[in-house]
Design a protein around this ligand. Structure first.
Ligand code: NAD
Ligand code: MG
Length: 393
């Protein structure tokens, strides 16, 4: 029986994780659940999974959850605030931690799981983009294990040799092919992108996801963050990662070997597949996902990405090549720009301008420890708000 903590339990990945867990009560028990401020959802999840601990980032939400759980006679302890999230990430009883908080807010709790030597199921790509090689050094130091949840990286993990070093791509690999659906604006004329709304941007054709990652998918920054994520996860250079637009989202990514073999992982676009894979690894368990019907899919299309239409992808490749603090700044500026776009303060096409300005100002900074990462992240966020205030509002 494995004890599991779910950080970000009320989000899209969190809910899918609990869906897989409830299909296997003999294998998994839930030790802790965390959320930002969605009391109703976390209450419902506590009633079903009876964790020892529930954490809410927001203290008022935590008070309300605590009252409701007491009234229901449930013994779950309720904690609140950022320190409690960090403590939940490293709880001694947990074997596995699903890191599914969105954005930079997930870095500290995810690192806490790493530093406690857990098996970390990593959905929170922003944490790795920010922490980079410093994050990976902690994984090695504390003998943690990271299994990627992002469907592309999980596919690559499945296509790489099982006996490779966890952070090295290994001999015989020529490169990684990262597939991308192209998002909701793949076929839109470039001139239309100025006026697209948040509602249009979050309506992804193939996947149902949280708002932030949905906007990232529409701008292709999601693929850009994933290029950086792949470099850190698999110890490779950006020039060995190719992005392939594949609108059906059936091939989740591929590994090309020097002998010409290309291995791919296929499946329906449903996050319960990578989640079940990671929860049970190296075994296989049911996920609740329907069999892939190749006759229904009928065709698989591929095209190169258009970096002119989607400048965020180019910015991410540039940041990946620059290394050091550039990915931290890219991620921070993007988070602020996406928030401002969702609040209708800036246009969709302003997002890359905010990021470019951040990279020009701070992208050359180096980071030598995790405190410097947090500091650079904070400065880049302030810089992005200033740029929006001065040039775009
Ligand atoms: P979501 O917005 O649906 O859920 C985010 C979760 O994080 C919620 O539980 C929320 O309560 C919590 N949270 C948000 N802000 C917080 C804060 N400041 N402090 C503490 N908790 C906070 O997001 P999602 O779509 O589930 O994505 C989660 C992560 O997984 C992201 O990093 C995303 O890039 C990654 N990911 C998601 C998918 C997907 O299909 N949804 C696929 C691949 C990767
Ligand atoms: Mg992905």
């Amino acid at each position: 029986m494995k004890a599991v903590t779910v950080l970000g339990a009320t989000g899209s990945i969190g809910v899918n994780t609990l869906d897989v867990i409830q299909q296997h009560p003999e294998r998994f028990r839930v030790i802790a659940l965390t959320a930002n401020r969605n009391v109703d959802k976390l209450y419902e999840q506590c009633m079903e999974f009876r964790p020892r601990v529930a954490v809410m980032a927001d203290s008022q939400a935590a008070r309300s959850l605590s009252q409701r759980l007491k009234a229901a006679d449930l013994k779950t302890e309720v904690w609140s605030g950022p320190e409690a999230l960090i403590e939940a990430g490293g709880l001694a009883e947990a074997d596995m931690v699903m890191a599914a908080i969105v954005g930079g807010a997930g870095l500290a709790p995810t690192l806490s799981a790493v530093q406690a030597g857990k098996t970390v199921l990593l959905a929170n790509k922003e944490a790795l983009v920010m922490g980079g090689s410093l994050f990976q050094a902690q994984v090695t130091k504390h003998q943690a294990m990271v299994i990627p949840i992002d469907s592309e990286h999980n596919a690559i993990f499945q296509c790489l040799p099982a006996d490779r070093h966890p952070m090295e791509i290994g001999g015989g690999v020529r490169g990684l092919l990262l597939t991308a659906s192209g998002g909701p604006f793949r076929d839109r004329p470039k001139s239309d992108l100025d006026s697209v709304t948040p509602e249009q941007a979050i309506a992804h054709p193939n996947w149902v996801m949280g708002r932030k990652i949905s906007v990232d998918s529409a701008s292709m920054m999601n693929k850009g963050l994933e290029v950086i994520e792949a470099c850190y996860l698999f110890g490779t250079e950006p020039d060995r990662v190719r992005v392939v637009i594949h609108p059906q989202s059936v091939i989740h990514s591929m590994v090309e070997y020097v002998d010409g073999s290309v291995l791919a992982q296929l499946g329906n676009p449903d996050m319960r597949t990578p989640i079940a894979h990671a929860l049970a690894w190296p075994e296989r368990i049911e996920s609740g996902v329907a069999s892939l019907d190749l006759f229904e899919v009928s065709r698989l299309d591929f095209e190169p990405p258009d970096c002119e239409r989607f400048p965020c992808l180019q910015l991410a490749f540039d940041a990946a090549r620059a290394g050091h603090g550039a990915p931290v700044v890219l991620n921070a500026a993007n988070e602020i720009a996406v928030e401002a776009f969702l609040d209708r303060r800036i246009r969709f096409t302003d997002i890359p301008h905010v990021i470019q300005d951040g990279l020009e100002g701070l992208g050359g900074m180096s980071v030598s420890d995790l405190e410097e990462v947090v500091d650079l992240d904070r400065r880049a966020r302030c810089g992005a708000w200033d740029y929006i205030g001065m040039h775009l509002s």
